[in-house]
Ligand binder design. Structure first.
Ligand code: ADE
Length: 232
């Protein structure tokens, strides 16, 4: 069974979107992963097909209804491979990091619930044991783009998607570090030369230089990552 993303959305036409192009798109055509968008509105029960209502307790915005969201999730659980975790994309969620992406890519797939409006009735999250995941400390207008980010990060890790170019091996070698700087021809550009060591042909020296660069960058830009190194 191929890895499958089952997406619950109010805008199914937003999918696969960019995931139908480039690396992920090619892998989709090749059957290395699969995808299904489910329209949450199909689970509305009234004649207006409403999926949201005003917040209990008052306040601005609209809240996605528990009954509609739960019916959509239950349908997704049937459509998704057994054992796929259900995730609600939300700025309130656990920040997404590469380790979690690796774990998700190793599993059968994911069920992703994309919100719009102010939020989702808390009772659905509790009753269906849905995990909340954030893709960063900023607020998007909905979860659809966040779902696409999560899917892209998983798909590139699936067997056969990246080919044998060593990219993933290098990533795990440098786990927890920012990437070292890259250069290519021309050898000199606007008076700036490629660092000599990269043209030396000495692979051990090159590896050492890259490691030092990656470490220096990580210390300077991401002291939080640097402090965590070797501790997990
Ligand atoms: N929905 C809105 N903002 C989001 C974020 N930062 N991460 C995940 N889902 C979101």
């Amino acid at each position: 069974m191929t890895w499958k993303a089952t997406v619950l959305t109010l805008f199914p036409e937003m999918f696969p979107g960019p995931l139908g192009l480039s690396l992920a798109g090619k892998a989709l055509i090749e059957g290395l992963w699969s995808f299904e968008a489910i329209d949450i509105r199909d689970f509305a029960t009234d004649k207006h097909r409403s999926v949201d209502d005003t917040p209990a307790g008052g306040g601005a915005g609209m809240v996605m209804r528990a009954d509609v969201a739960a019916a959509a999730i239950d349908a997704a659980k049937v459509a998704a491979p057994a054992g796929s975790p259900a995730i609600y994309l939300s700025p309130r969620g656990t920040p997404l990091a590469q380790e979690r992406v690796q774990a998700l890519a190793k599993g059968p797939g994911v069920i992703l619930l994309c919100g719009r409006f102010e939020g989702l009735d808390q009772r659905v999250l509790d009753a269906r044991a849905i995990e909340e995941v954030s893709i960063g400390d900023y607020v998007l207008s909905g979860g659809d783009l966040a779902a696409q980010v999560l899917i892209d990060a998983c798909v590139r890790l699936l067997p056969g998607v990246l080919g044998n170019d060593g990219t993933l091996a290098e990533e795990s070698f440098a786990a927890g570090l920012l990437e070292y700087p890259h250069y290519t021809r021309p050898r000199e550009w606007e008076g700036h030369a490629i660092p000599d060591v990269l043209l030396s042909g000495d692979h051990a020296k090159i590896a050492q230089w890259r490691r030092e660069q990656a470490e220096a960058l990580t210390k300077a830009r991401r002291p939080d990552l640097w402090a965590k190194r070797g501790k997990s």
